[in-house]
Design a protein around this ligand. Structure first.
Ligand code: FES
Length: 108
């Protein structure tokens, strides 16, 4: 099982890690489905790699997530963001065990 810890941002540049939400998922599960299980601070709109509202920053554990597919790469390229930026609606868990830490996207 992979534990996903979702931090909150008290300010765009500051992560409040004192009260992360956590949810566990197995390999192949969509992050979108896992975040729907908890009151996630990540917002979703299209859920199809179009709007970019679900952007997250993967702070740790990126190796436990599948690599971005073409549609996700294209949207991220158009919207900007660093290599740690992902679309939560497109990400699938790929690792066996470990922790992924992510926060809502904040432009730098
Ligand atoms: S919800 Fe629109 S890109 Fe993920």
């Amino acid at each position: 099982m992979v534990r996903v810890c979702i931090g909150r941002r008290s300010e765009p540049s500051q992560v409040d890690s004192s009260r992360p939400l956590t949810v566990e998922g197995a390999s192949g599960e969509r992050l979108l489905d896992l975040l729907d299980e908890v009151a996630s601070p990540i917002s979703f709109s299209c859920r199809s790699a179009t709007c970019g509202s679900c952007r997250v920053t993967v702070e740790r554990g990126a190796e436990l997530l599948e690599a971005p597919r073409a549609s996700e790469r294209e949207t991220l390229l158009a919207l900007g963001g660093g290599p740690a930026t992902r679309l939560a609606c497109q990400v699938r868990v790929s690792g066996a065990t470990g922790e992924v830490h992510l926060t809502p996207f904040a432009p730098t």
